[in-house]
Write a protein that binds this ligand. Structure first.
Ligand code: PHE
Length: 330
Protein backbone atom coordinates (compact mmCIF):
# COMPACT_ATOMS: atom_id res chain seq x y z
CA UNK A 1 0.00 0.00 0.00
CA UNK A 2 2.89 2.32 0.70
CA UNK A 3 4.15 1.77 -2.80
CA UNK A 4 0.70 2.71 -4.12
CA UNK A 5 0.85 6.01 -2.30
CA UNK A 6 4.29 6.65 -3.77
CA UNK A 7 2.94 5.80 -7.18
CA UNK A 8 0.14 8.32 -6.81
CA UNK A 9 2.45 11.04 -5.55
CA UNK A 10 4.92 10.54 -8.38
CA UNK A 11 2.36 11.03 -11.20
CA UNK A 12 3.47 13.65 -13.66
CA UNK A 13 0.24 14.66 -15.37
CA UNK A 14 -3.53 14.28 -15.36
CA UNK A 15 -3.46 11.40 -17.79
CA UNK A 16 -1.07 9.40 -15.63
CA UNK A 17 -3.02 10.01 -12.43
CA UNK A 18 -6.21 8.91 -14.14
CA UNK A 19 -4.56 5.61 -15.05
CA UNK A 20 -3.39 5.15 -11.45
CA UNK A 21 -6.88 6.01 -10.16
CA UNK A 22 -8.34 3.17 -12.19
CA UNK A 23 -5.57 0.83 -11.06
CA UNK A 24 -6.17 1.62 -7.37
CA UNK A 25 -9.82 2.63 -6.98
CA UNK A 26 -11.41 1.06 -10.08
CA UNK A 27 -13.97 -1.74 -10.02
CA UNK A 28 -11.23 -4.29 -10.53
CA UNK A 29 -8.56 -2.20 -8.81
CA UNK A 30 -6.17 -3.07 -5.98
CA UNK A 31 -8.61 -1.95 -3.26
CA UNK A 32 -11.49 -3.92 -4.73
CA UNK A 33 -9.31 -7.02 -4.77
CA UNK A 34 -8.30 -6.45 -1.12
CA UNK A 35 -11.91 -5.94 0.00
CA UNK A 36 -12.89 -9.13 -1.83
CA UNK A 37 -10.52 -11.07 0.44
CA UNK A 38 -12.89 -10.34 3.38
CA UNK A 39 -14.99 -13.36 2.62
CA UNK A 40 -12.07 -15.76 3.23
CA UNK A 41 -11.05 -14.21 6.53
CA UNK A 42 -12.21 -15.80 9.80
CA UNK A 43 -15.12 -13.91 11.38
CA UNK A 44 -13.24 -12.74 14.49
CA UNK A 45 -10.54 -11.07 12.34
CA UNK A 46 -12.96 -9.46 9.84
CA UNK A 47 -13.53 -6.31 11.88
CA UNK A 48 -9.86 -5.57 12.33
CA UNK A 49 -9.11 -6.35 8.68
CA UNK A 50 -11.85 -4.03 7.40
CA UNK A 51 -10.82 -1.25 9.73
CA UNK A 52 -7.24 -1.44 8.51
CA UNK A 53 -8.21 -1.52 4.91
CA UNK A 54 -10.54 1.46 5.28
CA UNK A 55 -7.76 3.49 6.87
CA UNK A 56 -5.44 2.65 3.99
CA UNK A 57 -8.17 3.47 1.48
CA UNK A 58 -8.75 6.86 3.15
CA UNK A 59 -5.01 7.61 3.04
CA UNK A 60 -4.78 6.72 -0.62
CA UNK A 61 -7.82 8.84 -1.41
CA UNK A 62 -6.32 11.78 0.37
CA UNK A 63 -3.04 11.37 -1.51
CA UNK A 64 -4.98 11.08 -4.76
CA UNK A 65 -7.00 14.26 -4.18
CA UNK A 66 -3.97 16.32 -3.18
CA UNK A 67 -1.95 15.16 -6.17
CA UNK A 68 -4.85 15.53 -8.59
CA UNK A 69 -5.44 19.15 -7.50
CA UNK A 70 -1.74 19.91 -7.88
CA UNK A 71 -1.61 18.40 -11.38
CA UNK A 72 -4.83 20.18 -12.38
CA UNK A 73 -3.45 23.57 -11.37
CA UNK A 74 -0.24 22.83 -13.23
CA UNK A 75 -2.24 21.88 -16.34
CA UNK A 76 -4.37 25.04 -16.06
CA UNK A 77 -1.34 27.27 -15.79
CA UNK A 78 0.31 25.63 -18.77
CA UNK A 79 -2.75 25.86 -20.99
CA UNK A 80 -3.39 29.48 -20.03
CA UNK A 81 0.17 30.25 -21.04
CA UNK A 82 -0.15 28.33 -24.29
CA UNK A 83 -3.49 29.92 -25.27
CA UNK A 84 -2.64 33.45 -24.24
CA UNK A 85 -3.86 36.16 -26.62
CA UNK A 86 -1.98 39.39 -26.96
CA UNK A 87 -4.87 41.86 -27.05
CA UNK A 88 -2.50 44.71 -27.79
CA UNK A 89 -1.65 43.14 -31.14
CA UNK A 90 -5.23 43.77 -32.51
CA UNK A 91 -5.21 45.69 -35.77
CA UNK A 92 -8.10 47.41 -37.53
CA UNK A 93 -8.72 46.10 -40.99
CA UNK A 94 -8.49 49.24 -43.06
CA UNK A 95 -11.29 48.17 -45.41
CA UNK A 96 -14.07 50.54 -46.38
CA UNK A 97 -17.57 49.78 -45.11
CA UNK A 98 -20.69 50.40 -47.13
CA UNK A 99 -24.26 51.57 -46.85
CA UNK A 100 -26.78 48.87 -46.00
CA UNK A 101 -28.48 47.75 -49.25
CA UNK A 102 -31.84 49.08 -48.03
CA UNK A 103 -30.40 52.54 -47.43
CA UNK A 104 -28.40 52.47 -50.67
CA UNK A 105 -31.63 51.68 -52.54
CA UNK A 106 -33.53 54.36 -50.64
CA UNK A 107 -30.84 56.91 -51.55
CA UNK A 108 -31.11 56.00 -55.23
CA UNK A 109 -34.89 56.51 -55.10
CA UNK A 110 -34.57 59.83 -53.22
CA UNK A 111 -31.85 61.10 -55.60
CA UNK A 112 -34.11 60.43 -58.57
CA UNK A 113 -37.00 62.49 -57.22
CA UNK A 114 -34.76 65.23 -55.86
CA UNK A 115 -33.40 65.59 -59.41
CA UNK A 116 -37.02 66.29 -60.46
CA UNK A 117 -37.28 69.04 -57.81
CA UNK A 118 -39.29 67.07 -55.25
CA UNK A 119 -38.86 68.29 -51.68
CA UNK A 120 -37.91 65.70 -49.04
CA UNK A 121 -40.00 65.74 -45.86
CA UNK A 122 -39.78 63.54 -42.78
CA UNK A 123 -42.07 62.99 -39.81
CA UNK A 124 -42.48 61.11 -36.54
CA UNK A 125 -42.35 57.29 -36.40
CA UNK A 126 -45.01 57.25 -33.70
CA UNK A 127 -48.19 58.80 -35.03
CA UNK A 128 -51.68 59.67 -33.86
CA UNK A 129 -54.72 58.01 -35.32
CA UNK A 130 -55.76 61.16 -37.19
CA UNK A 131 -52.57 61.46 -39.27
CA UNK A 132 -51.99 57.73 -39.86
CA UNK A 133 -55.61 56.80 -40.64
CA UNK A 134 -58.49 59.25 -40.32
CA UNK A 135 -57.12 62.07 -42.48
CA UNK A 136 -56.28 59.45 -45.10
CA UNK A 137 -59.94 58.50 -45.43
CA UNK A 138 -59.63 55.54 -43.07
CA UNK A 139 -62.27 56.20 -40.41
CA UNK A 140 -62.24 54.30 -37.12
CA UNK A 141 -63.48 50.69 -37.52
CA UNK A 142 -63.17 50.88 -41.33
CA UNK A 143 -62.31 47.36 -42.56
CA UNK A 144 -59.59 48.76 -44.87
CA UNK A 145 -57.54 49.42 -41.71
CA UNK A 146 -56.84 45.67 -41.75
CA UNK A 147 -54.74 46.18 -44.89
CA UNK A 148 -52.19 47.82 -42.60
CA UNK A 149 -52.56 46.12 -39.25
CA UNK A 150 -50.28 47.90 -36.83
CA UNK A 151 -48.84 48.15 -33.35
CA UNK A 152 -51.00 50.30 -31.09
CA UNK A 153 -49.62 51.94 -27.98
CA UNK A 154 -51.76 52.08 -24.82
CA UNK A 155 -52.12 55.84 -25.25
CA UNK A 156 -53.91 55.29 -28.59
CA UNK A 157 -50.86 56.31 -30.62
CA UNK A 158 -49.62 53.95 -33.36
CA UNK A 159 -46.31 53.04 -34.93
CA UNK A 160 -46.92 54.55 -38.37
CA UNK A 161 -47.96 51.95 -40.95
CA UNK A 162 -46.85 54.07 -43.91
CA UNK A 163 -45.20 57.44 -44.52
CA UNK A 164 -48.48 58.95 -45.79
CA UNK A 165 -49.05 60.72 -42.43
CA UNK A 166 -45.99 62.84 -43.27
CA UNK A 167 -47.90 64.04 -46.32
CA UNK A 168 -50.84 65.06 -44.13
CA UNK A 169 -48.48 66.99 -41.86
CA UNK A 170 -46.82 68.58 -44.90
CA UNK A 171 -50.20 69.69 -46.34
CA UNK A 172 -51.23 71.18 -42.99
CA UNK A 173 -48.14 73.41 -43.12
CA UNK A 174 -47.78 74.18 -46.85
CA UNK A 175 -49.90 75.55 -49.65
CA UNK A 176 -50.04 73.92 -53.11
CA UNK A 177 -48.63 73.64 -55.69
CA UNK A 178 -45.85 71.35 -54.50
CA UNK A 179 -44.06 68.07 -55.16
CA UNK A 180 -42.77 66.15 -52.16
CA UNK A 181 -41.52 62.75 -51.06
CA UNK A 182 -41.54 61.22 -47.59
CA UNK A 183 -38.93 58.51 -47.05
CA UNK A 184 -38.66 56.55 -43.83
CA UNK A 185 -39.22 53.60 -41.56
CA UNK A 186 -42.70 52.10 -41.13
CA UNK A 187 -44.20 49.24 -39.11
CA UNK A 188 -46.80 46.54 -39.64
CA UNK A 189 -47.80 43.29 -37.96
CA UNK A 190 -46.33 41.09 -40.69
CA UNK A 191 -43.55 38.50 -40.83
CA UNK A 192 -42.80 36.11 -43.69
CA UNK A 193 -40.47 35.67 -46.69
CA UNK A 194 -41.42 39.05 -48.12
CA UNK A 195 -42.55 40.99 -45.01
CA UNK A 196 -40.88 42.20 -41.81
CA UNK A 197 -42.55 44.13 -38.98
CA UNK A 198 -40.26 47.08 -39.76
CA UNK A 199 -39.57 48.22 -43.30
CA UNK A 200 -39.00 51.35 -45.38
CA UNK A 201 -41.03 53.41 -47.81
CA UNK A 202 -40.65 56.37 -50.05
CA UNK A 203 -44.03 57.93 -50.77
CA UNK A 204 -44.63 60.80 -53.15
CA UNK A 205 -47.34 63.45 -53.31
CA UNK A 206 -47.90 66.04 -56.02
CA UNK A 207 -50.64 68.66 -55.59
CA UNK A 208 -51.58 71.57 -57.85
CA UNK A 209 -54.61 73.62 -58.90
CA UNK A 210 -57.52 71.55 -60.10
CA UNK A 211 -56.87 70.20 -63.60
CA UNK A 212 -53.15 70.90 -63.44
CA UNK A 213 -52.15 67.32 -62.60
CA UNK A 214 -53.68 64.20 -64.07
CA UNK A 215 -53.40 60.44 -64.09
CA UNK A 216 -51.36 60.83 -67.29
CA UNK A 217 -48.70 62.77 -65.32
CA UNK A 218 -48.67 60.07 -62.66
CA UNK A 219 -48.27 57.42 -65.30
CA UNK A 220 -45.44 59.10 -67.15
CA UNK A 221 -43.39 59.89 -64.04
CA UNK A 222 -43.70 56.30 -62.80
CA UNK A 223 -42.80 54.73 -66.14
CA UNK A 224 -39.64 56.89 -66.32
CA UNK A 225 -38.78 56.17 -62.68
CA UNK A 226 -39.19 52.40 -63.03
CA UNK A 227 -37.05 52.30 -66.17
CA UNK A 228 -34.43 54.30 -64.30
CA UNK A 229 -34.42 51.74 -61.46
CA UNK A 230 -34.86 48.47 -63.36
CA UNK A 231 -33.65 49.14 -66.89
CA UNK A 232 -35.73 48.44 -69.96
CA UNK A 233 -38.89 46.97 -68.41
CA UNK A 234 -42.53 47.11 -69.47
CA UNK A 235 -44.85 48.85 -67.00
CA UNK A 236 -48.55 48.21 -66.51
CA UNK A 237 -51.19 49.82 -64.29
CA UNK A 238 -53.80 47.57 -62.69
CA UNK A 239 -56.99 49.00 -61.15
CA UNK A 240 -56.87 48.59 -57.37
CA UNK A 241 -58.17 50.07 -54.14
CA UNK A 242 -56.59 52.38 -51.59
CA UNK A 243 -58.77 54.43 -49.23
CA UNK A 244 -56.74 57.60 -49.88
CA UNK A 245 -56.70 57.53 -53.69
CA UNK A 246 -59.45 57.38 -56.31
CA UNK A 247 -58.95 56.00 -58.86
CA UNK A 248 -56.15 53.75 -57.56
CA UNK A 249 -53.72 51.55 -59.44
CA UNK A 250 -51.17 48.97 -58.55
CA UNK A 251 -48.13 49.14 -60.79
CA UNK A 252 -46.32 46.10 -62.18
CA UNK A 253 -43.09 45.77 -64.15
CA UNK A 254 -42.35 42.92 -66.54
CA UNK A 255 -40.48 40.25 -64.59
CA UNK A 256 -36.77 41.13 -64.55
CA UNK A 257 -35.83 37.48 -63.98
CA UNK A 258 -37.62 35.83 -66.93
CA UNK A 259 -38.19 38.97 -69.07
CA UNK A 260 -41.93 38.34 -68.88
CA UNK A 261 -41.83 34.69 -69.97
CA UNK A 262 -43.13 33.45 -66.60
CA UNK A 263 -41.07 31.99 -63.74
CA UNK A 264 -41.25 31.10 -60.05
CA UNK A 265 -40.50 34.63 -58.84
CA UNK A 266 -43.37 36.19 -60.82
CA UNK A 267 -45.67 33.22 -60.09
CA UNK A 268 -45.66 32.49 -63.85
CA UNK A 269 -47.53 35.73 -64.61
CA UNK A 270 -44.58 37.52 -66.25
CA UNK A 271 -45.25 40.57 -63.99
CA UNK A 272 -43.93 41.81 -60.64
CA UNK A 273 -45.98 44.15 -58.49
CA UNK A 274 -43.78 47.05 -57.38
CA UNK A 275 -45.88 49.91 -56.03
CA UNK A 276 -49.26 51.47 -55.27
CA UNK A 277 -50.54 54.73 -56.73
CA UNK A 278 -53.55 56.86 -57.52
CA UNK A 279 -55.22 60.26 -57.69
CA UNK A 280 -55.64 61.75 -54.21
CA UNK A 281 -59.15 61.13 -52.83
CA UNK A 282 -61.15 64.36 -52.30
CA UNK A 283 -61.76 63.28 -48.68
CA UNK A 284 -58.03 63.58 -47.98
CA UNK A 285 -58.03 67.19 -49.26
CA UNK A 286 -61.10 67.89 -47.12
CA UNK A 287 -59.24 66.65 -44.01
CA UNK A 288 -56.48 69.24 -44.57
CA UNK A 289 -58.91 71.96 -45.74
CA UNK A 290 -57.63 72.18 -49.31
CA UNK A 291 -60.07 73.36 -51.98
CA UNK A 292 -59.92 73.50 -55.77
CA UNK A 293 -56.87 71.24 -56.07
CA UNK A 294 -56.03 67.86 -57.53
CA UNK A 295 -53.07 65.60 -56.99
CA UNK A 296 -51.51 62.21 -57.31
CA UNK A 297 -49.62 60.00 -54.90
CA UNK A 298 -47.65 56.80 -54.93
CA UNK A 299 -45.90 54.60 -52.40
CA UNK A 300 -42.72 52.61 -52.91
CA UNK A 301 -41.59 49.71 -50.68
CA UNK A 302 -37.81 50.12 -50.49
CA UNK A 303 -37.07 46.50 -49.43
CA UNK A 304 -39.11 45.20 -52.36
CA UNK A 305 -36.92 47.24 -54.72
CA UNK A 306 -33.69 46.18 -52.97
CA UNK A 307 -34.71 42.50 -53.17
CA UNK A 308 -35.44 42.72 -56.88
CA UNK A 309 -32.35 44.75 -57.75
CA UNK A 310 -30.00 42.48 -55.77
CA UNK A 311 -31.96 39.24 -56.27
CA UNK A 312 -32.41 38.58 -52.56
CA UNK A 313 -34.80 35.70 -51.87
CA UNK A 314 -35.68 36.24 -48.22
CA UNK A 315 -36.45 39.78 -47.06
CA UNK A 316 -35.70 38.88 -43.44
CA UNK A 317 -32.04 38.22 -44.32
CA UNK A 318 -31.63 41.99 -44.86
CA UNK A 319 -32.04 42.56 -41.13
CA UNK A 320 -30.13 39.65 -39.63
CA UNK A 321 -26.85 41.57 -39.69
CA UNK A 322 -24.95 38.64 -41.24
CA UNK A 323 -21.63 40.11 -42.35
CA UNK A 324 -21.41 37.60 -45.24
CA UNK A 325 -24.49 39.15 -46.83
CA UNK A 326 -23.53 42.73 -46.08
CA UNK A 327 -19.93 42.39 -47.29
CA UNK A 328 -21.21 41.81 -50.80
CA UNK A 329 -22.36 45.42 -50.98
CA UNK A 330 -18.96 46.96 -50.37
N1 PHE B 1 -49.73 54.28 -48.37
C1 PHE B 1 -49.82 53.09 -49.17
C2 PHE B 1 -49.31 51.89 -48.39
O1 PHE B 1 -48.48 52.05 -47.56
C3 PHE B 1 -49.07 53.18 -50.45
C4 PHE B 1 -49.69 54.15 -51.38
C5 PHE B 1 -49.31 55.48 -51.36
C6 PHE B 1 -50.66 53.73 -52.23
C7 PHE B 1 -49.90 56.36 -52.23
C8 PHE B 1 -51.25 54.62 -53.11
C9 PHE B 1 -50.86 55.94 -53.08
O2 PHE B 1 -49.76 50.80 -48.61
Amino acid sequence: MDSLEKKILSCKDLKEIEEVRIEVFGKKGVLAVEFAKMKDIPNEEKKEFAKNLNIQKANLQKAYEVKKEELYLKHLEESLKAEAVDVSSFKYKDEAGALHPVYATMDRIIDYFVSLNFEVSEGPLVEDDFHNFQALNLPEYHPARDMQDTFYLKSGLVLRTHTSPVQIRYMQKNKPPFKMISPGTVFRKDMDLTHTPMFHQVEALVVADEGEVSFANLKSILVDFLKHMFGDVDVRFRPSFFPFTEPSAEVDISCIFCKGEGCRVCSHTGWLEVLGSGMVDPNVFKAVEYEGVSGYAFGIGVERFAMLIHKIGDLRSLFEGDIRLLEQFR
